[in-house]
Design a protein around this ligand. Structure first.
Ligand code: ADP
Ligand code: MG
Length: 177
């Protein structure tokens, strides 16, 4: 995986598999630090699962024996001299935080984070997403619960006109790290 946004996609996919109905993705760029937090209200992990989740050989999937999403996210952060943490509670949800030092030579490209968010929303129109992007100058927030309220339950979040609106909102809110 070459781009951080694809890794974020993979982490959000874990939340979806865990039955989350609300997933928050918070990216904060301050100076040469990029903090990415992903939290969900999915089924969470037991203490035992949690203790092994950063081990690449741990997965509850049966299709292959190696889980890579979480270990990669951790490794990519730590390679830059950043940090990683994960908390989870059964029946409550999971929270991951990775901090990257963006000036470090091992920092991977961010990729297209807006496209990742757009894909997550349009591919999962029944789930809610909160996307927060902070920089030193601005804070951008997109909350699909608010959008849903405005749309009034008749128009799905993956309606082409809504997708276009979300794309434009993300582009307008775009502020490079
Ligand atoms: N947000 C989450 N909620 C519940 N369980 C999770 C979550 N993220 C990861 N897990 C657990 O950790 C395992 C490893 O995740 P990951 O490293 O992404 O590999 P994979 O998704 O390929 O199994 C998953 O199989 C799942 O059991
Ligand atoms: Mg995964």
């Amino acid at each position: 995986m070459q781009e951080l946004s694809l890794n974020i996609m993979d982490i959000a996919q874990n939340s979806i598999v865990a039955g989350a109905t609300l997933i928050t993705i918070h990216a904060a760029c301050h100076g040469d630090r990029l903090a990415v937090e992903i939290s969900d209200n999915g089924k969470g992990m037991s203490e035992e699962q949690l203790a092994h989740v950063t081990d690449p050989f741990f997965t509850t999937r049966t299709t292959r024996k190696v889980g890579l999403g979480v270990p990669l996210f951790k490794m990519q952060a730590e390679l830059t001299g950043g940090m990683f943490s994960i908390d989870s509670q059964t029946g409550i949800g999971t929270h991951l935080k990775a901090e990257f030092v963006t000036s470090h030579v091992d920092m991977i490209p961010l990729g297209d984070l807006n496209q990742t968010i757009l894909l997550l929303i349009t591919c999962n129109p029944d789930l809610d997403f909160v996307f927060i992007h902070d920089t030193d100058e601005t804070t951008f927030t997109l909350d699909t619960r608010e959008l849903r309220e405005v749309l009034g339950g008749e128009v799905p979040l993956n309606d082409p006109a809504v997708t276009q609106w979300i794309r434009e909102a993300l582009e307008e809110g775009e502020s490079r790290c």
